[in-house]
Design a protein around this ligand. Structure first.
Ligand code: ADP
Length: 315
């Protein structure tokens, strides 16, 4: 099976145990949970037995080592994670509002991640991996973006493939250079995994069918649209396949899309049909929302099979 590489932020998440808007008074918190969209994605690949690596940068502190230990435990090649002496690992403080939306305090821009650059270990992973998975967040900061774009160029030049999850919030779309980088990656994408409005933000189309047509005409082989609690859809030159959501109690939605993507990409690269990959990815996303902690809900194949056996009767 091809070795999968991703690039980007590795951080910890601390979650307020009370609901409300933001952090205006002392809050009881749980965590630290290992986190960062690319880290969650790659952890899901590893839990399914995929061969994967991540290029990232953490501080020489408990939070950094906690992440490295978790990823290594799940079989990820952590040789591309640089441990920066005297720097700190990024944190995300999260508090849920009563309506289920979230407010965040991030320290990523001040953390070791911000100074990511191409190291010898990173360069050698770009030579040994056959597939690159790009997260839009990795394109939003200059250091990470430079490494991510270099990985895209090198892996595609060797005939490798690319999956892309834009994972982008509208408020960062105006970041200088981001639009051009998103477009540059989209031009090289084989499997595109947008959710919600990202389809429209990146194509300029007004309806779903036009957006999908634009993307297929652009040369993207497969588009997998994540629809949260509504399930997911797959589009390619042969047409469209929908998958109904599994009925679950949503505890913590952070990481669902990353687990979905990790499962879909791993299974497709391992030779599963689009429908089988969609079915298991839909289960990986649904199972992820039932666990507290962004990376805590990533699943092994046995866990997904059991989860499907328990929930698929809902169809
Ligand atoms: P993202 O975090 O990228 O926006 P989504 O929230 O759409 O991703 O979640 C990814 C996938 O996980 C969905 O397409 C669906 O398959 C599954 N999923 C997410 N939330 C739920 C839910 N509440 N119930 C059932 N499945 C869910």
């Amino acid at each position: 099976m091809p070795k999968i590489l991703t690039v980007g932020e590795i951080l910890v998440e601390l979650i307020a145990t009370t609901k409300g808007d933001g952090f205006h008074e002392p809050q009881p918190l749980i965590g630290p949970y290992p986190s960062g969209a690319p880290a969650i994605f790659v952890n899901q690949v590893g839990r399914l037995g995929g061969d994967a690596a991540i290029i990232g940068r953490v501080g020489d502190d408990n939070f950094g080592h906690l992440n490295i230990a978790r990823l290594a435990r799940d079989g990820i090649d952590v040789s591309g994670i640089e441990v920066a002496q005297g720097e700190v690992t990024g944190c995300a403080f999260v508090r849920y509002r009563e309506d289920g939306s979230r407010s965040f305090v991030f320290t990523m821009a001040q953390s070791a991640t911000a100074a990511l650059s191409i190291t010898g270990a990173g360069a050698s992973l770009m030579e040994s991996c056959d597939h690159i998975h790009i997260m839009g967040t990795a394109l939003s900061a200059s250091g990470m973006a430079e490494v991510a774009m270099e990985a895209v160029v090198r892996i595609k030049a060797r005939g490798g493939s690319l999956s892309f999850d834009p994972n982008i919030r509208p408020e960062i779309l105006d970041t200088p250079g981001l639009r051009a980088r998103l477009d540059g990656v989209l031009d090289q994408t084989d499997i595109f995994l947008p959710s919600g409005n990202e389809l429209f933000m990146l194509t300029g189309a007004r309806d779903e069918a036009s957006a999908i047509r634009v993307l297929l005409e652009r040369g993207i082989r497969e588009i997998v649209l994540k629809r949260g609690a509504e399930g997911a859809s797959h589009f390619d030159a042969d047409g469209r396949t929908d998958i109904a959501p599994l009925t679950v109690e949503e505890i913590d939605p952070t990481g669902a899309g990353d687990c979905f993507g990790g499962a879909f990409v791993t299974l497709r690269l391992a030779g599963a049909t689009p429908f089988e990959a969609l079915r298991l990815a839909n289960a990986a996303g649904a199972r992820a929302v039932t666990r507290t902690g962004p990376m805590e809900g990533s699943s092994t194949r046995a866990e997904l099979d059991r989860f499907l056996a328990d929930h698929e009767t809902d169809y």
